[in-house]
Design a binder for this molecule. Structure first.
Ligand code: ZN
Length: 115
């Protein structure tokens, strides 16, 4: 996952980046319950949940479901596999640095004076 790399960024606050002014794109991915189940342990649940909430995509349960229902899996499918951030500003909570996402690609480069 993405985190702030600015030298002046306070320790421990460089992650996760908040997402502002997001323009979302809904993709159409075929639902595959096994695939989503295997994906789940690889997700940073707290970050996924926060991001989905900030973007208004979905409200995920506070804890990752240990025995996910079909509805849980479909919700995770939608959030993790069908939602793409097309344009957005990712804002560091620590130092306020803004990293833009353009056409789905995050630009994590810092200006010379920030390195
Ligand atoms: Zn920062």
């Amino acid at each position: 996952m993405l985190q702030c790399h600015a030298k002046s960024c306070p320790q421990g606050q460089s992650y996760p980046l908040a997402i502002r002014n997001a323009e979302l794109e809904q993709l159409d991915a075929e639902f595959n319950a096994d695939f989503v189940t295997r994906l789940m342990p690889k997700l940073d649940w707290a970050v996924l949940r926060k991001t989905a909430f900030e973007l208004g995509v979905a409200e995920l349960p506070a804890e990752i479901p240990t025995e996910p229902t079909q509805a849980d899996l479909q919700l995770i499918h939608k959030v993790a596999l069908e939602t793409r951030i097309k344009e957005a500003d990712m804002v560091c909570n620590g130092c306020g640095h803004v990293y833009p996402i353009k056409d789905g690609v995050p630009n994590m480069l810092l200006q010379d004076h920030e390195i």
